[in-house]
Design a protein around this ligand. Sequence first.
Ligand code: UD1
Length: 337
Amino acid sequence: MKRILVTGGLGFIGSHTVVELQNEGFEVVIIDNLSNTTIDVLDNITSITGKKPEFHQIDLRIKNDVTSFFDNNSVDGVIHFAAYKAVGESVQKPLDYYENNIGTLVYLLQEMKNRGLDNFIFSSSCTVYGQADELPITENAATKPAESPYGNTKQIGEEIIKDSCKAYNLNAIALRYFNPIGGHESIKIGELPLGVPQNLIPFITQTAVGIRKELSVFGNDYPTKDGTAVRDYIHVVDLAKAHIAALKRLIDRNNKSTFEFFNIGTGTGSSVLEVIKSFEKVSGTKLNYKIVERREGDVTAAYADTTIANKELNWRTEKTLDETIDSAWKWQLKQKS
Ligand code: UD1
């Protein structure tokens, strides 16, 4: 049985990926510092899969702790989720973002290199493309200067991994996520935003249950089908499954180069108003919203060309937008009760 380290394994995407790994017969060991999640998630994962993953509460910024983890543990692969992810906050606290997102990546890669460990999966983002010149966005699209320190950590992270794969015996895949949303069908794990959500879906569901007064739709003068910005919203379980596919590709040595990257989205672009319509349909509630100014730093439209990921990873998304939003809504309703 292959043993996989999942950093940030109690977070939103991490927890869903741990479930899929266990379902596929992998043995999972989680490192998380609980900075943006709670320990309950460990029990919730266990109640879904019937298997308690091994858990280490470690802060990856403490190099000695990372070293002693690897002194005592051997793993067949690493999926690295642990990172900060709030775009606005990264502008206020860039050094925290560079320390947490870049420093920890370097420590992990050093430990892997020193011990001859291999198979590394990195959480990257479609943010590396900025406003792409052509849509849908293929992996061949140019990367654009990052709009925020957060986005920069994803670009620099990919560069660090690419250089490391070139210099050492390391194979890695970066997955460039589009917009992950939704939650597990068991309603036992989902997204737990701290404070006021910055992302669209949690803001919508919190508004619908009365935690927020109204949703502000950021701009309706974009050159899109209805004037609102377009994104590619992917169900987090579909996204989690892409990690399993990427991991197997590395373990089976089906990768075509030592560092690869893939777009992980649905291939369909949805506008903010389309998302609202879908939400109103699946929830049977009317959403309170108003149109306001554009949000600084937002791109007009981003959705994936998934041809390469579909073919190379032998993976595709299964959920529709309605199913995905429905899962986010059911999760929200459970939080309220
Ligand atoms: C953002 C980041 C992306 C990051 C992702 C992680 C930017 C430019 N991109 O994606 O790099 O990986 O979060 O979570 O910040 N919207 C509203 N009202 C709201 C919230 C959002 O109208 O209250 C709109 C936005 O303008 C956007 C869409 O909804 O058009 C999606 O926004 P959001 O969920 O924040 O994701 P991104 O900005 O696409």
